[in-house]
Design a binder for this molecule. Structure first.
Ligand SMILES: [Zn+2]
Ligand SMILES: [Zn+2]
Length: 375
């Protein structure tokens, strides 16, 4: 867990920019590695201080941090969790782009229009919700189109050819003997500049906002499934289309059932008498309970398959099975009388091999092993 940035700098949450700068200078001097050659922790502390200052000195990053904590500035949101990643970058990249330099990247662009960011959201569901399907409301931080300038970034809609690069988007810099080509810092590679930037979005065409969406989850989804909502990602800018929202499903562990594909597993404890004499057990399924017939002489670990009582597949109409594994339980807290009854049973069973086939078979194997080894 990362330390709170305000705590790191030792300032209050409503500290002014000036107070933050002063606190940073004080702390940076204190922990500078050159001043603390014998303290190995000082360098880490120094990095923490610098990171806190980097965020809090920037009005936009600070607002994101105040609202979403470390997730707002470092990436990572929602319920966490793994799940496959593909088609677009790591979640850290995505949120780095949103809250960091949205113009980043040195690629030359031919036009100012930018497609919106693809967003990823990890949605945690209960097993019941994943199996039956559910509608969920999610809120996520995103960049939306600036209403004031309709996303153009320009107060009056006028664009100029960038004077720094002459519309090339790239500039050449002389460094010693080398000539280095760089993305134009003035237009950030677009070749165009806004004549009169919109005040509400500082000319970017995008504003930070929280987007609330109703997401319909189809029945049968499982951890690792990804739902794509086209056009529900971040807004584009200057005519670019919106990005997509990818919802990654993460199913929470269930107290009774484990899922494997469309099959469900559950453990069913039974008494030694039910195991020996047979009987019926009420077992849970996702749509109510059913009676499971336990035949006489059932051994611990036996698996009974209830066909069609698993999960209906999200891809086909077929349903999986419910597999019930019985677990024979040794009774505890026995009374004197009960112990006496068991001793009588023990005496009655004696060493008759046909009444305890597993134990007898095992004893035979141990005996032949010892004979072979000469014990
Ligand atoms: Zn604007
Ligand atoms: Zn330029």
């Amino acid at each position: 867990m990362a330390a709170d940035y305000y705590d790191t700098l030792g300032v209050s949450r409503d500290a002014s920019t000036d107070e933050i700068r002063k606190a940073y200078r004080r702390m940076a001097r204190k922990y500078h590695p050159d001043r603390n050659p014998d303290d190995p922790d000082a360098e880490d502390k120094f990095k923490e201080v610098r990171e806190a200052h980097d965020v809090l000195k920037d009005e936009q990053k600070r607002a994101a941090y105040d609202r979403f904590g470390h997730a707002g500035v470092n990436g990572g949101m929602g319920g966490g969790g793994a799940g496959p990643q593909g088609g677009f970058g790591d979640i850290n990249d995505i949120f780095g782009d949103i809250f960091g330099d949205i113009f980043g990247g040195g690629r030359r662009r031919q036009s100012r229009s930018r497609r919106g960011q693809d967003l990823r959201y990890t949605l945690e569901l209960d097993l019941e919700e994943a199996v039956a399907g559910v509608e969920k409301e999610v809120s996520l931080p995103t960049l939306g189109e600036c209403q004031t300038c309709s996303g153009t970034g320009s107060k009056d809609g006028q664009l100029n050819i960038c004077s720094t690069c002459g519309g090339q988007g790239q500039v050449r810099m002389q460094q010693g003997f080398f000539s280095v080509q760089q993305t134009c810092p003035a237009c950030r590679g677009s070749g165009q500049t806004v004549k009169d930037p919109c005040g509400d979005c500082s000319g970017t065409g995008q504003v930070r906002e929280t987007k609330t969406l109703q997401i319909r989850i189809p029945a049968g989804v499982d951890t690792g499934d990804r739902i794509r909502l086209g056009g529900e990602g971040g807004a584009g800018a200057q005519g670019g289309g919106a990005g997509d929202l990818y919802v990654d499903v993460q199913v929470r562990p269930h107290p009774l059932f484990q899922r494997d594909g469309d099959d469900l597993f559950c453990e069913v404890p039974i008494t030694i008498t039910t195991a020996a004499l047979g009987g019926q057990m009420k077992v849970p399924t996702l749509d109510g309970s059913v009676m499971l017939k336990i035949p006489p002489e059932t051994q611990s670990g036996k698996v009974f398959r209830l066909r069609g009582k698993g999960v209906q597949s999200v891809r086909s109409r077929s349903s999986g099975d419910l597999l019930c594994r019985v677990d024979v339980e040794t009774p505890v807290n026995l009374t004197k009388d009960q112990k006496e009854l068991l001793r009588e049973l023990q005496d009655s069973l004696g060493d008759q091999p046909d009444q305890s086939p597993q134990s007898s078979g095992w004893t035979d194997k141990v005996k032949s092993f010892f004979d072979r080894m000469g014990f």
